[in-house]
Write a protein that binds this ligand. Structure first.
Ligand code: AMP
Length: 452
């Protein structure tokens, strides 16, 4: 399939044999472990995930956003151009590989670049503007796994393309606030403006002269940032940086007039709707495409670590459509970190652990009863009645315990005698009383009892 390629030193690389890793060991089959930073999501965790995604979908729909789904794999160039070459996400965290056809592709590390690509590709520039889209799905970053940070994680995001008005930014921030509120999470928005690329260049120069004078106090990592992407110095987690940052020039003092007015407007709109926010003069966000407004959403917490872990973020990206080959078009967006929202809900046990609740339970005795139960189950399913069963269990006592756990108010019991007589037993699970009914009238009788 693949032709051996020459590496830069001129040596021929052997194609990797993907089956080699699966060769059986001498000891027999070993369990295959999960990759680091990856998780299986099981119920009840998934119930929380779906709940959070549904709340965002509902609010996004109410605000006029329609759903879009883009592929999880894209040309690497999309992220290099869109997210930015010198960002941590592209430099260190992309899952990239070469396809058998020789293309460089990557798993998406975020959703905005793909949505913008789709906007250009499908001629959405020619639709009435703004175009409002939302998406949900897994994102992939080869980051160091730690609490609240995974290599496959989930985001639900909203993008509003084709309108430069500051009210768009404010409405996105309002939505962020409302989603948290609907989930029962008290939130605070941190906000900043990083201006236009031009005003940012002037600011960057001021920042470089400030940090150059303090170069000896910088960590090795931060010295590299100073050369490559000085704005990222402001995101540095280095303990010494907090002190250095306190005296550093602030972006707001370097904003161009248009960005300054825009920022003031956004804040006025937020005041108007009572969304709590804090100005964070050093917030830059890790992606290159942002212009003007940037923001992050935090959940109030007594735990200082949690209080500083963002549950969402976004901003304006007026240059991105053009950077990706479209005509100049404004845009702004927001993405929620679903894993982190879920973890906040779980900490507070904001949803009861999920147990399958049923209307009735179908219990069986003996082989004839079991066979009959298969057909009865289907009769009830078609009648829209939720039935629980434990067809593989023989003991009636065990089956009644399961019926109780599932919250069934009524149980049907079918044994050999009932099959031969053409009857069924209906048991009232609370009272413990039983009655015998004609099997043909079973669904009707249960409907009456359930009031359906
Ligand atoms: P970003 O645009 O990179 O700030 O991502 C938006 C949101 O996604 C963040 O506020 C986090 O809640 C979440 N997020 C980002 N990276 C990860 C990760 N590696 N693991 C879990 N959640 C993440």
């Amino acid at each position: 399939m693949s032709i051996p390629k020459k590496d830069p030193k001129g040596e021929v690389k052997k194609p990797v044999d993907p089956t080699a890793a699966a060769a059986p060991s001498k000891k027999g089959a070993q369990p295959v472990a999960l990759l680091r930073g990856m998780r299986d999501l099981l119920t009840p965790d998934l119930v929380y995930f779906r709940h959070v995604q549904a709340v965002i979908a509902k609010i996004a729909g109410a605000y006029g956003f329609s759903e879009v789904e883009t592929p999880q794999v894209e040309e690497t160039a999309l992220f290099v151009r869109g997210v930015g070459k010198a960002t941590d996400i592209v430099e260190k965290e992309l899952y990239t590989w070469e396809t058998p056809g020789g293309e460089s592709v990557s798993l998406r590390p975020e959703g905005t670049a793909s949505v913008v690509r789709a906007y250009i590709q499908h001629g959405m520039l020619n639709m009435p503007q703004p175009v409002k889209l939302w998406y949900t799905g897994p994102m992939f970053r080869y980051d160091r796994p730690q609490a609240g940070r995974f290599r496959q994680f989930y985001q639900t995001g909203l993008e509003c393309l084709g309108d430069a008005d500051p009210i768009v930014d404010a409405q996105l921030i309002l939505i962020a606030h409302l989603v948290a509120k609907e989930l029962g999470i008290e939130s605070i928005v941190k906000i900043n403006s990083i201006g236009t690329p031009d005003s940012r260049t002037n600011y960057k120069n001021a920042l470089v002269s400030y940090f150059r004078a303090k170069r000896s106090k910088l960590s090795e990592e931060d010295k590299k940032r100073l050369l490559k992407n000085p704005l990222r110095l402001l995101d540095s987690k280095d303990p010494g940086m907090q002190e250095l940052k306190a005296e550093a020039p602030q972006m707001v003092d370097w904003l161009d007039e248009d960005s300054r007015v825009h920022f003031t407007r956004v804040l006025e709109y937020l005041d108007e709707v009572g969304v709590p926010y804090e100005l964070d003069p050093y917030m830059v966000r890790g992606l290159d495409y942002y212009t003007k407004t940037v923001f992050e959403l935090f959940a109030a917490s007594d735990d200082p670590e949690l209080a500083q872990t963002a549950i969402g973020g976004g901003g304006r990206y007026d240059g991105l459509v053009e950077m990706l080959g479209g005509r100049p078009t404004a845009g702004a967006g927001l993405a929620f970190g679903i894993d982190r929202l879920v973890s906040r809900l779980k900490d507070r046990q904001a949803l009861p652990p999920h147990v399958e609740q049923v209307d009735i339970f179908l219990a069986q005795l003996g082989e004839m009863g079991r066979k009959r139960a298969l057909a009865i189950f289907e009769e009830f399913r078609q009648a829209g009645i939720k039935v629980g069963e434990a067809l593989t269990k023989a003991s009636i006592k065990g089956q009644m315990e399961i019926a109780n756990k599932m919250g069934a108010k009524w149980a049907i019991v079918i044994g050999q005698k009932e099959v031969l007589d053409g009857t069924a037993i209906i048991r009232d699970m609370d009272a413990g009383t039983q009655e015998i009914v004609d099997a043909k009238k079973l669904v009707h009788e249960i409907r009456k009892k359930l009031g359906k």
